[in-house]
Write a protein that binds this ligand. Sequence first.
Ligand SMILES: [Zn+2]
Length: 141
Amino acid sequence: MQQEATTDMQKRIIYIIIVVIIALSIVYYIFDPAEYGWFPGCIIEWATGFECPACGTQRMVHALLHGDIRTALLLNPFMLVVLMPMIALLTIAFISPKGKLEWLKKFIAHPITLIMLFLLLNGWWILRNTPLWHNFIATYN
Ligand SMILES: [Zn+2]
């Protein structure tokens, strides 16, 4: 009985996530966050002047939805290559029934995976605020 309630709750959450993803995709496809000021800005960048690991994600999504993978990679490669696949794997693990894809659930929750994510996140955060990254962007943009 309890398991059925959990399954119904999981289904509702999945439907809500799908509706939100579709709605946001439409908004980010139609409107370029670089051109419209009503998109949420970054509090960390506003307060410190440094870009956070997620800065550029909205513009990256807009570029990605228009098939411009090169621009998406230049705007935020960490979000595109590391975090979005991890979110996708996490979603798949979350919606899979109990007993299925246990290897994936163990991989996501494994301490080495979490340590690697932490190191990649902080490495990206440092790199993107260095002249090295800004020179790279200036060269390939
Ligand atoms: Zn930011």
